[in-house]
Design a protein around this ligand. Structure first.
Ligand SMILES: [Zn+2]
Length: 345
């Protein structure tokens, strides 16, 4: 977990210092450089390297502001180890507040570990990942739900075939230590070897395949700067720093923390306007209605739970066509304590 190299993007990391700069990761047709911002807080004492990433999806903004505040508020005197911030991973998607780069149409979070000779998004992914993975001890990848959804913040930790059980377990514990109530635990199969050169995936998956515990924090609603969700993300970052002994203190873990191993997308069969009866965090019992679709003169569909559901996200967009997505629900869940997880502080 120690910082074994002393440079990031060609510059030495100085003990006890906070630094920020732009890193050039490409060039536009008119010759303008493509930059990403990089901030580094190097504590006065050695310790782990926590990598915080945001805006791999360019519409997902709350993580950016959480990182900004943590950077501005951090005091190297109080920190053991290093925080590396790359809050704007995908500048070409951020510009349009979109999840896809406008240059090549790619979703960066499907492109890691990236390619030196790939399309623009893959090249940017490669430059950032190949540099920071050399020193990172742990990663938190910040995301948000669609701008047309409601959601309380939640984590996603992946159990990936091909990843050592130790890294999978560390990932899971770290995600729980972030301190949110809902925590999805997802199985991901069929990952190719990281050495095959063929695998492509999300940053957290590829970090895990390279031996770096990594999870996604879904912080609020895309396209928005939500102060209350930013505050939740900051608390999560501090919790992660506590469990890695980068700062003093105990993580704040909610009592009613749950783990969700099975989820499903919810969609409608009829077109019209959807009225949601359930909101994020609600439990809907089997047979209970959670939404209805109406047209201008009648109710055309009532959606009832076919099994017990924990609502993770619900749509904020009333306009639906048949097959329209109206939410995302957990179908199984259990208390974090049942997974042997206790407040590790
Ligand atoms: Zn995302």
């Amino acid at each position: 977990m120690e910082n074994t190299t002393k440079t990031i993007f060609g510059r030495p990391v100085q003990m006890g210092k906070k630094t920020h700069r732009y890193i050039q990761v490409g060039e536009l047709s008119n010759g303008s450089p493509i930059y990403i911002p990089l901030m580094v807080v190097q504590g006065e004492r050695a310790g782990p390297v926590l990598w915080l990433c945001g805006a791999t999806h360019g519409s997902e903004l709350n993580g950016i502001f959480a990182m900004r505040e943590i950077y501005l508020e951090s005091d190297p005197k109080e920190i053991s180890g290093t925080i590396v911030f790359t809050p704007i991973m995908n500048p070409m998607a951020l510009i349009r507040r979109d999840n896809y780069s406008f240059l090549d149409g790619l979703d960066m979070d499907t492109q890691f570990p990236g390619k030196t000779n790939g399309f623009n998004t893959a090249r940017i992914a490669f430059q950032i990942f190949s540099e920071i993975r050399k020193i990172a001890s742990a990663l938190v990848s910040f995301h948000a739900v669609s701008s047309l959804s409601y959601a309380s913040p939640y984590t996603v930790s992946k159990n990936i075939s091909g990843v050592s059980p130790k890294i999978t377990e560390k990932t899971f514990r770290m995600a729980l230590s972030f301190g949110l109530e809902p925590n999805c635990r997802v199985k991901v199969d069929n990952k190719k070897s990281v050495n095959s050169g063929e695998d492509k995936g999300s940053l957290d998956e590829i970090c895990q395949l390279h031996g770096i515990p990594a999870f996604m924090a879904e912080i609020g609603i895309g396209g928005h700067w939500e102060k209350r969700h930013v505050a939740i993300a900051k608390k999560g970052i501090r919790n992660i720093m506590c469990i890695h002994e980068m700062i003093e203190g105990k993580p704040e873990i909610p009592e009613n923390q749950i783990v969700i191993p099975r989820r499903k997308e919810l969609s409608v069969n009829k077109g019209g306007f959807v009225e949601m009866f359930a909101k994020p965090g609600d439990v809907v019992r089997e047979g209970e209605p959670y939404a209805q679709v109406v047209n201008l003169w009648e109710v055309v569909e009532v959606l009832k739970a076919t099994e017990k559901m924990y609502m993770i996200t619900t749509t904020s967009n009333p306009v639906v066509s048949s097959g329209g997505r109206i939410g995302f629900a957990g179908l199984e869940w259990s208390k974090a304590a049942e997974h042997g997880f206790r407040n590790v502080g």
